[in-house]
Every structure is written in C-alpha cells, then in structure tokens.
Write a protein that binds this ligand. Structure first.
Ligand code: GLA
Length: 386
C-alpha cells in the first residue's frame, strides 16, 4: 500500500479522536562531500521526494501514544521522562527527540501520533533523520513553540547520537529540515553557513542504484572512522596547535607527519582532506555547468571512500565499476555512510532506461540480488502539509 499524508490521516482517524496536524519530512541525497560533515568540511545535499508523514493531535487523556504504520505497532512514551528502550527500536529515534524537548525545558501536552512513509530503510537516504526531524518539527508546531529549524535539526542530531548510538554529522538533519524544491545546498559544516543553488542538470538525471544490502557493523564502523579522524587531529595538533579539525589540515602537513599517523589514520585523513578540497571544486563545476568535471569528481570520491576511507563494500564497488563502462554516465559513487545502500549516478537522460536494465542484470548475475532503483526529485525540507 502507498503511504501518503491521507493514508496516515485516515489511520489516525481510526485510532484517535481529533483533527490531526499533518507534517512531512524528507530523506536526502548528497551529490558530493561524504564523511566531511563531522570533520567541519563541506557537503552538498538536497531533500528528496521520499518522505515520512506524521499526523499528530493533542490527546484528551493523560497519556501519549505513537503508532508506527509500517509495523502496525503502538508505543506509549513517558513524555515527562523519556528514556531509551530495548524494544521497539523505532521508538528510540522519537524518544531521543522527546528527551531534547524535556531537557530544553519546553512544555509539552500529551499527544497521539501516527507516522509512516516511503523512505527506504537502510538505503542510505536518511530515513532516521527524516523521522527525527519530522517528529521534532511536529512537536514544536503542535505545542505552538515554533522552534527555528536550525535549532530543531541539532535536537534531532542529538537523538541520533544518544538514542540511536550513531555519532553522525549534521548533514542529514540539515538536508531534511532545510531543503528547497529543485535546489541543492552547499553547507559549510563549520560555520553552518549555506547557500542554495538550482540543480541545472540539462539533459541529465540523477539515478540511485540500491544494492539492497546493509552490512552489519555500519554504525560501529561509522563511529570508528570518526575516532580515526580525531586521532589524526590529535597527532597533528602537537605540531600545529591551531588545528581544530581536519578542515584545517593540508596535504603537506599529512605528508610531513605521515609516519606519525599510524595504522589506518593516514589514509583516513588523506581522504577527508582531499574530499574537503574536492567539494569546493565541485561546487564551482556545478555553477559553471561543467557536469563532466563534476562527474569526474564523483568517481574520485568513490575511489577515496573505497580505498582510503574503506567504507564501501563489494556490491557498491561493483555498481560503480559497471557504471564507468557507460559513456552516458558522467559520475557514480557510493552515497551516505557506506557499507551498503545506494550509489548516486549522474547520467544522460536518454540512456537511463538502458543503464538501469543493463546494471540490474549484471548485478543480479554477480550477487543474486534484484537491484533497486530510485529516480528522485528534489523537494522542500520538513514542513506542514496543507
Ligand atoms: C551518514 C551520517 C552523516 C554523514 C554521512 C556520510 O549519513 O548521518 O552525518 O556523515 O553518513 O557523509
């Protein structure tokens, strides 16, 4: 069944009294700038037409209830003292957001809420950020708090860090909240300054190829990468005390102190330092409509993520390698945290069909898995549904 704001509303009407407020919150793509957010670098995400919808209204009794449409499951959160739970796992994303409201001293009334959507889980399209951001926005609006989105996104990120256990950067929550239809955003994750620019793809399209795999250890590997970057900063700081993050590090610094950056730390730092430079070049490419140069950088990013940062997997590498053999593909790379999920491909429109069918067949032959495909549109960030 297709989940839409209306189907969520209908479900709400079946379960609870009152006229609910409808909220939508999107997943995201990221054109370039991967794992740079928590290193104070740049990212280039956009919100997409894969969304989570909420229907929420004040509750008349003194309890709150959240119903997850996908699981047909309800949960009664303690809104005075929200704590992490063992089950259901989906509740933790919402409980973490509630915790932020309680800790922030915001007064909240009891509520009933139904949510569900069409952001594929585990595909690297940030279903968790969509969930956290949508719920934070819903609570803020329901209670007449009108907390600015730029604050809500950090509350959502806190939930991910402390209740979901992933020390993510700010990209996903930023993109989900701040997206604008038809526009990508260039975000400086250090200053949090950003600019929108129209994504003029001419006769090209963005196609996401979904490996349909999500390898175990994603979350722990993510947190390990973050620590490895911090280790690099610690070592280099001894020589250059002004360094605060890998954003301040140059290739030369890495080369000079290579032997001190032991284990995998050198490679991790090299990837990040290069990627931060690459995103700045890529944003110029886009502005100058040089999609060929932009696409070449996508391939370079993938190489770095796969060989230096080591967050790819055989399925993702395979899809990128295959994509390279198509003249119509300007660039292809894994997208998001890694270890599964999607590749993002920049491809000439008239070849999309052929590309998808050839890649699906090759993928099926190699891994026995039916590749997923998402052709996405760029949409507004978290908002009330009229
Ligand atoms: C995940 C995290 C983001 C970002 C990406 C990698 O999506 O949530 O903060 O680090 O991985 O770019």
């Amino acid at each position: 069944m297709d989940i839409t704001p209306s189907s969520i509303r209908e479900k709400f009407k079946k379960l609870f009294p009152g006229e609910p407020l409808s909220i939508r919150s999107p997943g995201r793509i990221n054109l370039i700038g991967e794992h740079t957010d928590y290193n104070d670098g740049f990212v280039m995400p956009a919100a997409i037409d894969r969304e989570i919808f909420f229907a929420i209204a004040p509750a008349e009794n003194n309890t709150s209830c959240i119903h997850a449409m996908k699981y047909g499951e309800s949960f009664h959160p303690d809104i005075q003292n929200p704590e992490k739970v063992d089950q259901p796992l989906w509740a933790n994303y919402l409980l973490g957001v509630l915790r932020q409201f309680v800790d922030g001293g915001y007064s909240m009334q009891h509520f009933n809420c139904v949510f569900g959507g069409n952001v594929p889980l585990g595909a690297g399209l940030s279903s968790s950020a969509a969930l956290e951001c949508g719920f934070a926005f819903a609570l803020s609006e329901l209670n007449g708090l009108h907390i600015p989105k730029q604050k809500l996104m950090f509350m959502a990120q806190w939930a991910e860090h402390h209740f979901a256990g992933v020390k993510c950067g700010i990209m996903d929550q930023f993109a989900s909240m701040m997206g604008e239809e038809g526009k990508v955003m260039l975000l400086d994750c250090r200053s949090m300054e950003f600019q929108y620019f129209p994504l003029a793809l001419d006769n090209h399209a963005i196609v996401l190829c979904d490996t349909k795999v999500k390898h175990a250890l994603v979350d722990s590997e993510y947190n390990t990468r973050r620590q490895e970057c911090e280790r690099g900063v610690e070592v280099l700081k001894q020589h250059y005390p002004a360094i605060k993050s890998l954003r301040d590090v140059t290739r030369d610094m890495l080369t000079i102190h290579a032997t001190e950056l032991t284990g995998k730390v050198f490679n991790r730092c090299q990837y990040i330092v290069e990627e931060i430079i690459r995103v700045q070049g890529a944003s110029k490419d886009l502005l100058q409509h040089n999609l060929t140069a932009f696409g070449a950088k996508m391939y370079e990013t993938h190489y770095g993520l796969s060989k230096l940062y080591e967050v790819s997997c055989p399925e993702l590498d395979f899809l990128v390698e295959q994509a390279k053999s198509f003249d119509a593909v300007l660039g292809s790379r894994m997208m998001g945290g890694g270890f599964g999920g999607c590749t993002i491909n920049l491809i000439r429109k008239d070849d999309v069909h052929h590309f998808i069918s050839a890649l699906s067949t090759a993928y099926k032959n190699a891994f026995g898995i039916d590749m997923g495909v998402h052709v996405v549109q760029i949409k507004d960030g978290t908002s009330i549904v009229a």
